[in-house]
Design a binder for this molecule. Structure first.
Ligand code: ATP
Ligand code: MG
Length: 200
């Protein structure tokens, strides 16, 4: 009886292994990937920072451009800025959140994109994180077709991770891996402040 169960288990696992091995054999290409982390749930930026740690473990060179509205002193910036293989830019500091000066916001976003673009044209940059890029896109401060072109024309082995809510469909179509973070629960809604090491 027990023997029969063990035998069935072995047969099932063998079959599973064959399927997985065949899938691994089919994935025979290597190339730079475009990844998108979108959705309303927590984890979009921190998953990207986790991949930076992975990449640094392999000695890769990493560039980060953060298109954020307000400036907050984050643990990730403090930590990764000290790594010799990391270049870190904060590009959204000039957004005129209060004065709503559209022309200035467009100019700030465009200036930010010029810096991102320079990294996307540099084949020595092996992983680039464009954190919260969807945000200036959503407000129409950056031109989506221009961004899609720059992403398509990047060096063939360069990996790019884009984070932010509401990633446009065309961006997701171009990407190789797209993850939608689902918001099931968030501590902030029960009145808990952003915590060091967890939220910033
Ligand atoms: P993280 O940086 O923690 O991975 P994120 O990049 O997915 O979060 P953002 O939209 O960039 O999310 O928001 C950044 C900040 O807002 C973080 O402090 C995060 O904890 C918090 N946050 C993320 N999702 C939610 C949510 N659904 N409700 C409230 N706060 C959130
Ligand atoms: Mg984020």
């Amino acid at each position: 009886m027990e023997n029969e169960r063990a035998q069935r288990y072995r047969t099932r696992m063998q079959r599973k292994k064959e399927i997985i091995d065949a899938a691994i054999d089919r994935a025979d290409r290597t190339q730079g990937l475009l990844l998108i982390h979108t959705g309303n749930g927590k984890g979009k930026s921190s998953a990207a920072f986790g991949m930076i740690a992975r990449a640094l473990g392999h000695g890769l060179r990493v560039g980060v451009a953060q298109f954020i509205k307000g400036r907050s002193d984050t643990g990730e910036e403090a930590f990764f800025r000290n790594q010799p293989q990391v270049t870190w830019h904060v590009l959204g500091e000039g957004y005129t959140w209060d004065t709503q000066n559209l022309e200035r916001d467009i100019a700030t976003a465009q200036r930010g994109w010029n810096i991102a673009q320079a990294m996307l044209r540099d084949p020595t940059m092996e992983l680039i994180v464009l954190d919260e890029l969807t945000y200036p896109l959503k407000f129409g401060w950056l031109d989506l077709p221009m961004i899609l072109e720059d992403l398509k024309n990047r060096p063939v082995m360069q990996h790019v991770i884009i984070t932010g809510r509401g990633a446009p469909g065309q961006l997701c179509e171009l990407a190789d891996t797209v993850t939608d973070m689902t918001d099931i629960k968030h501590a902030f809604r029960s009145g808990i402040q952003a915590q060091k090491g967890i939220d910033l």
